[in-house]
Design a binder for this molecule. Structure first.
Ligand code: C2G
Length: 132
């Protein structure tokens, strides 16, 4: 059984999130998703997510392609998370390309291309524009 692990904030859940999770699930038999905590998202992106942590976890865990979820507290704990969840494959979006290569000692590391022309930031901006 091949166990896949991936990470993300998954705020304002959109088609780019669906695509990466379906592709990650296709790489193995079991998919675990580390959903970034509100505080980690603030540290990564400089703003709190629109949807709070419990809601983002509930959305991601409700997907048929996702077997397990947990809260990702820090980018620096990847090695511990890989070991804890016995991951054979770590999947990341290619905006993180190269960043987690040192985990190749522990498991396979695959960067998947992002879906073009959709992002949480663009959705927030377009709602703001429409309200103005
Ligand atoms: N994504 C995508 N295409 C988009 C937008 C997002 O493929 N248009 C992917 C990202 O590459 C990532 C996942 O969707 O794999 C979640 O994206 P974010 O919520 O932006 O999360 P991110 O900041 O990449 O979190 O440990 C690392 C992080 O927590 C990764």
């Amino acid at each position: 059984m091949t166990r896949v692990l991936t990470f993300g904030t998954f705020d304002l859940f959109h088609i780019g999130h669906v695509n990466v999770l379906l592709r990650a699930a296709d790489l193995g038999d079991h998919l675990t998703v580390g959903v970034s905590s509100d505080e980690l998202t603030m540290a990564k992106k400089g703003r709190y997510p629109v949807y709070r942590e419990e809601h983002r976890l509930a959305i991601v865990s409700s997907l048929a392609c996702v077997d397990d979820v947990f809260v990702e507290q820090s980018l620096e704990l990847k090695g511990e998370y890989i070991a804890e969840h016995r991951a054979d494959v770590l999947v990341m979006g290619d905006d993180w390309k190269g960043r987690f290569d040192h985990h190749r000692e522990q498991c396979e590391v695959i960067y998947l291309p992002r879906t073009a022309e959709v992002s949480t930031t663009d959705i927030i901006q377009s709602i703001r524009r429409d309200l103005d």
